[in-house]
Write a protein that binds this ligand. Structure first.
Ligand SMILES: Nc1ncnc2c1ncn2[C@@H]1O[C@H](COP(=O)(O)OP(=O)(O)OP(=O)(O)O)[C@@H](O)[C@H]1O
Length: 579
């Protein structure tokens, strides 16, 4: 199988659930054999007892009949149960394999794929593939064998009757298939509409304030109404098909049985010359045959869905993985200067975002990248952090390409503070360590103290063990930025990359964060980005970017003395305008 994620999951599950697989095979075989026994007992009761007026021992045969039916049902239950356990285990292993794969993908994968799309691979596509194991594949084999077994049994009773039944099977199958594929289509429509409704709800929640301020409630309600109507229509269609289908199958069963009785009855139209007991057994067998044929129609549908899910998982599986660089004994760098030489870069869409960028940040100094929104500042910071590789030129940190830096070395060399704190589902402690268990309690507290957050954390209900996941807001925006800074500092990295850390903060909080930054930047190499001159802290060097190119470089004093971009930005800011 080409799909390694799925084939590997099947292999693991086969090993883990070998006993269940053995029970499944036993249940399938025993179920098929068991369901053939009751009609034979029925035939014997009618032909050998009732027809001949021998009533002795009937109760025993009736009891055997009952037991055979109960056992047949029990084996069917066992089959379904085993299939569900094995199938769910395969699903779990597929999802685990996908999570492992996801953790190996480069940052560009996440920039080029919407979160919703990735999520649907983990949920809908895996569920669709799962039906292959919980019902589809095994179901089709087992129901197919059941149908074959029944036909053989009818053939033993009367070969001609078996031929009549054989002609009727495709008709029954096609009718069942027609109903099931239409039901499936309307279920899909209903699901799509629910997806649209969920999207609208999320949009409404996210923009609640704006909606209220601009009085857009009616617009959103109308946006909500349409998918609701679509959902209702699709659900109505599904319910109608679902309620008609059993009636149709009942009628079909009656038609097949009527035909069988007419052609088989000793004095009927085309007498087959078989006993009354055989007719009764045949009627019993025909009644049992409709359920597996109906199931096969459903299983074909699920297999089709599973194949398209499998294709999407296969696509995900073939995504190129990030190269993992490993160093035997990661050493801390002695020289931590940053050098950016003739760097050009384009994201996957090919549009060049930065061109011919060159600058360096000497060890222990501070540089600031300044430019307007969209100038390419964050892109350069991400390149320096080693998240992307330049298309042209080179970036070195202490002579080493940051893209090729082993992960653990990167974490201990470069501390990154993003524009906004990413909220993880976890405790304050986990937000600082990012689940790195090698970080000690003392190091966590020292990091929190260095950013002045220790007292605030201690005031929380469970201190460092307080949960701060989504919907559990415990801090202000500024405090979250300090937490983010503590996370960057906990490994004591000699380099700090700061991405507009104070954007969106009031001037008092901004001043507080600047004070902390001044403290923690001592003896560190700092690269900070800002779209304002006032957002750079004590920079030794300022690099001004405009549309992906450097337009000015120098110390703040040098640049202030020129009639260039820096002076222009400064002038505008002093007038109170934001760039
Ligand atoms: N993952 C991406 N894929 C494609 N284009 C991107 C990606 N990230 C950013 N860009 C584009 O690169 C350009 C520069 O973005 P970047 O975030 O580097 O600018 P910036 O100067 O940091 O802006 P801001 O101050 O608003 O954060 C923008 O035009 C943006 O559309």
């Amino acid at each position: 199988m080409k799909n390694k994620i799925v084939s590997n999951a099947i292999k693991i599950s086969c090993k883990e659930k070998i006993l269940y697989i053995i029970f499944l095979i036993i249940a399938i075989v025993a179920g098929i054999v068991m369901q053939l026994i009751p009609p034979q007992i029925l035939k014997s009761i009618i032909d050998n007892n009732i027809s001949k007026g021998v009533y002795e021992g009937i109760w025993k045969l009736s009891l055997y009949y009952l037991l055979a039916v109960v056992f047949s049902g029990a084996f069917d239950f066992l089959r379904e149960f085993m299939m569900a356990i094995i199938g769910q285990n395969i699903l779990l292993n597929i999802r685990l394999n996908m999570a492992k794969k996801l953790s190996k993908l480069p940052i560009s994968y996440f920039s080029n794929n919407a979160v919703g799309e990735i999520m649907s691979k983990f949920t809908q596509d895996v569920d669709a593939v799962g039906t292959l194991f919980t019902s589809g594949l095994i179901g089709i084999i087992s129901d197919g064998l059941k149908t074959i077994g029944i036909i053989i049994s009818i053939y033993i009773l009367s070969p001609k009757l078996a031929l009549y039944v054989l002609v009727l099977i495709p008709i029954i199958y096609l009718i069942a298939r027609f109903f099931k594929s239409n039901t499936f289509k309307s279920q899909m429509d209903a699901r799509k509409a629910v997806g649209h409704i969920n999207g609208s709800v999320q949009e409404i929640f996210n923009g609640l304030r704006t909606i209220k301020i601009f009085g857009m409630e009616n617009y959103f309600i109308s946006d909500f109404q349409e998918p609701l109507n679509q959902n209702l229509e699709a659900v109505h269609k599904t319910s109608t098909l679902d309620s008609i289908f059993p009636c149709i199958m009942q009628i079909l069963r009656a038609i097949v049985i009527t035909i069988a009785v007419i052609v088989a009855a000793p004095k009927g139209l085309g007498s087959l010359g078989i006993s009354i007991g055989s007719i009764a057994a045949a009627v019993d067998l025909i009644s049992r045959m409709l359920a597996p044929i109906e199931a096969i129609a459903v299983e074909f549908q699920t297999i089709q869905e599973a194949i398209s899910g499998l294709e999407r998982i296969n696509e995900f599986d073939s995504e190129e993985e990030e190269i993992k660089y490993i160093q035997e004994k990661p050493e801390l760098m002695k020289d931590v200067s940053i050098s950016v030489q003739d760097v050009s870069f384009a994201y996957d869409n090919g549009k060049e975002i930065v061109q011919n960028i060159s600058f360096d940040v000497k060890q222990g100094t501070k540089a600031a990248l300044v430019g307007r929104t969209g100038a390419g500042k964050s892109t350069i910071l991400n390149l320096v952090a080693g998240l992307y590789r330049p298309k042209e030129g080179s970036i070195k940190i202490g002579g080493m390409d940051p893209f090729e830096m082993p992960f653990d070395m990167r974490r201990r060399t470069i501390g990154i503070v993003p524009q906004a704190f990413p909220i993880y589902d976890g405790t304050v402690k986990e937000a600082i360590t990012l689940y790195d268990e090698t970080i000690t309690e003392e190091e966590i507290i020292a990091a929190a103290k260095s950013v002045g957050l220790h007292e605030d954390i201690m005031k929380l209900s469970n201190g460092y063990d307080t949960f701060i996941g989504e919907g559990e807001i415990k801090f202000s925006h500024g405090q979250y930025q300090l937490l983010s800074l503590a996370c960057a500092l906990v490994c004591n990295p000699p380099i700090l990359l700061l991405d507009e850390v104070t954007s969106g903060l009031d001037s008092i909080t901004e001043a507080k964060i600047f004070k902390v930054l001044r403290e923690v930047s001592k003896d560190r190499t700092i690269l900070t980005i800002s779209h304002r001159i006032s957002g750079i802290i004590d920079a030794d060097k300022v690099v001004i970017l405009e549309k992906g190119k450097i337009v000015e470089t120098g110390t703040p004093e040098e640049l202030a003395g020129k009639d260039g971009w820096y002076a222009k930005y400064n002038q505008i800011e002093q007038l109170g305008w934001k760039i």
